[in-house]
Design a binder for this molecule. Structure first.
Ligand SMILES: NC(=O)c1ccc[n+]([C@@H]2O[C@H](COP(=O)([O-])OP(=O)(O)OC[C@H]3O[C@@H](n4cnc5c(N)ncnc54)[C@H](OP(=O)(O)O)[C@@H]3O)[C@@H](O)[C@H]2O)c1
Length: 299
């Protein structure tokens, strides 16, 4: 039996959120790396859910506010994956309150208040401000770099080609597993009042350098993968060569510079605080992904 509530209101759960019945949880970014994992956990719990994104049955586009009210109908809680330029989150929070939403769970970045005046820091804090000032219950999940960036996102293609080149050196990163991020988000959405007004820093159990991460992937996948440190300018040029716009490429390169400069490589206890257990380690992730063929050489 499906608990999915489409934008026309069909599905097996209540859309009202009154009389003790569960309301609908709107999952934004539902086709993305965190959204689809959060969605699976909520469905398993029997929570009425409405997956939404530009390509989901309930269409949601940050650049088309005209469609937001339909997505928000009957919703009591929202998992918010903000757009990279977070301006619309402010208007969304206002619309969510008007629609009767009671709680927003925002995905943000680890140490968002330690990124200074970089575009990255300003954007993350703007989205956080939008939910904190909304007048609704809110919880902010500040996640470190995802383990799964190495097999589901930006680092995957270079690894398939034999190596990763980044402007990253000896400062380690406390990579977090997306399964833990999703476990935390689902736990918060299940008991929003318990987690209201909380900001959780989500990291893995230890920090490792990108070179160490690639070494572990090379060992588990049985491939001679390399890691090369390059300058931010060389990295920007490489990203532009791959088709990224100049501004976005600089933005991404700047993120690595900030990671080297800021004090954000320490591990934090957000996963344990919410889940009562230690976070998954990078080795578990690497073994799982390698066994699934993530870095197998393509013919
Ligand atoms: N990567 C990391 O290490 C890391 C660490 C901490 C925080 N974060 C944050 O995580 C967020 C990304 O989350 P994710 O990795 O779960 O997502 P993702 O895998 O990057 O997927 C993006 C999701 O957003 C949807 N989307 C894209 N453009 C949209 C638009 N204009 N309107 C509405 N939906 C749109 C996409 O679906 P459709 O294409 O169907 O619209 C998709 O479901 C970013 O805010 C990032 O800053 C990332």
């Amino acid at each position: 039996m499906s608990n999915d509530i489409t934008d026309s209101g069909s599905g097996s759960g209540s859309t009202q959120g009154t009389g003790g019945r569960p309301g609908v949880t709107l999952v934004l970014g539902a086709t993305g790396k965190t959204g689809r994992r959060v969605l699976a956990r909520l469905r398993l719990r029997g929570t009425p859910v409405r997956p939404a994104s530009r390509s989901s049955p309930t269409r949601f586009d940050w650049s088309e506010p005209g469609g937001w009210d339909t997505a928000l109908r009957g919703v009591t809680a929202v998992y918010v994956v903000p757009p990279s330029v977070p301006g619309p989150v402010h208007a969304f929070a206002t619309r969510a309150e008007a629609a009767g939403v009671r709680h927003l769970v925002l995905l943000s970045g680890h140490g968002a208040d330690r990124w200074g005046d970089s575009a990255f820091g300003l954007d993350m804090r703007s989205a956080e401000d939008a939910v904190r000032r909304s007048g609704l219950g809110w919880t902010v999940l500040r996640a470190a770099n995802f383990n799964q960036n190495f097999d589901e996102d930006v680092f995957h293609a270079p690894l398939l080609s034999g190596g990763l080149a980044l402007p990253a050196g000896p400062v380690p990163e406390p990579f977090v597993d997306l399964e833990d991020v999703a476990d935390v988000a689902a736990a918060v959405l299940a008991e929003p009042d318990r987690h209201a007004g909380r900001t959780y820093e989500l990291t893995g159990p230890r920090a490792l350098t990108f070179a160490e991460a690639v070494e572990l992937i090379a060992r588990a996948s049985g491939r001679p993968l390399t890691f090369t440190r390059v300058s931010p300018d060389a990295y920007t040029a490489a990203l532009v060569g791959e088709g990224l716009g100049e501004e976005e490429a600089r933005h991404v390169a700047e993120m690595f510079v900030m990671m080297e400069r800021q004090n954000i490589s320490g591990t934090e206890d957000g996963v344990a605080t919410v889940l009562g257990r230690a976070p998954r380690n990078f080795e578990e992730y690497v073994v799982r992904a390698a066994a699934a063929g993530a870095w197998r050489r393509r013919p």
